[in-house]
Design a protein around this ligand. Structure first.
Ligand code: CP
Length: 308
């Protein structure tokens, strides 16, 4: 049995042999004779996630990539390592892209200098959730073909929801009418759209996007009970009954049934909740392909420029 437990167990010849082989591997890599066969992507999630994390991982595997899955609890961030140094470490190990979710809004700004691989934002605090917005767009396009002229209602915790921000901005750019509704304390004046009551929003919308209450980002505990919230701002069965024919219900997940949305509506004919989740895999495959293609093109341009 051969183990590598302590260098004291190895002869100096054995140590020399391992160092020589490691250097040989690096030299061959340098000359392009030992190019890694598969793309390596690291998923760094510093906040809980089910949909985004597993659909990115599924997307990476379907593209034939190797995946480095990172658990923040079991990583050296627990010993004080910064996000920058963690990502830089992944790059040094050989990752060709990183997927990052972090509680800090705009965390990626500190990575823009020094990190030479694409960063795909899997959600930054109350900032943005770009791949969620892309999968929401795909779901809407499958349903309605065109964005221009659609009325989309976004209802709930508008202030703390990164999905609300990403969706409202891109839907507005695409020519949708965005209706916003929710508790006064969670209004967000930076979002494009018109504030209306929940009943008005539900009645007018082609698509109703219900948002989870982002308790983890609130400075104060919610004063209302869940039942009271559901009654005042949730999509109840009574409210859904006045939705016009062909209109759909969406939710980024995770759902708290009976709070933002009646549990039965999740399984109803209008719901596209599970379709959204399925679309997430394709959208993340396409996003990874896009980012890696742009990086490759930039590297090729740099090589041509160097020759000149
Ligand atoms: N929609 C979304 O971001 O879900 P997760 O938090 O489970 O990834």
């Amino acid at each position: 049995m051969v183990n590598l437990l302590s260098l004291s167990d190895l002869s100096l010849d054995e140590i020399d042999g391992i160092l020589n082989r490691a250097q040989q591997i690096l030299d061959m890599k340098e000359r392009g004779w030992f190019a890694p066969k598969q793309t390596l992507v690291a998923n760094l999630f510093f906040e809980p996630s089910t949909r985004t994390r597993f659909s990115f991982e599924t997307a990476e595997k379907r593209l034939g990539f190797h995946v480095l899955n990172f658990s923040s609890q079991a990583s050296s961030t627990q010993k004080g390592e910064s996000l920058y140094d963690t990502v830089r470490t992944m790059q040094a190990i050989g990752a060709q892209a990183v997927v990052v979710r972090h509680r800090r809004e705009g965390y990626y700004r500190e990575l823009m200098r020094g990190i030479g691989i694409p960063v795909l934002n899997a959600g930054d605090g109350a900032g943005d959730h770009p791949t969620q917005a892309l999968l929401d767009l795909l779901t809407l396009r499958q349903e309605f073909l065109l964005f221009k002229g659609l009325t989309v209602a976004i209802i709930g915790d508008l202030r703390y929801s990164r999905v609300a921000r990403s969706d409202a901005n891109v839907l507005s750019r695409l020519g949708c009418r965005v209706l916003l509704s929710g508790p006064e304390a969670w209004k967000n004046d930076s979002l494009p759209g018109d504030y209306v009551t929940v009943d008005e929003a539900v009645r007018a919308a082609d698509a109703v996007i219900m948002l989870r209450i982002q308790h983890e980002r609130h400075e104060q505990a919610m004063k209302m009970t869940k039942e009271a919230y559901h009654c005042r701002y949730g999509l109840t069965r009574e409210r859904a009954a006045v939705m016009h024919p062909g209109s759909i219900i969406m939710h980024p997940g995770p759902i708290n049934r009976g709070v933002e949305l009646d549990g039965d509506l999740v399984e109803s004919g209008r719901s596209r909740y599970f379709k959204q989740i399925g679309n997430g895999v394709a959208v993340r495959m396409a996003s990874l392909e896009w980012a890696l293609r742009i990086k490759k093109e930039a590297e090729e341009n740099d090589r041509v420029a160097e020759k000149w």
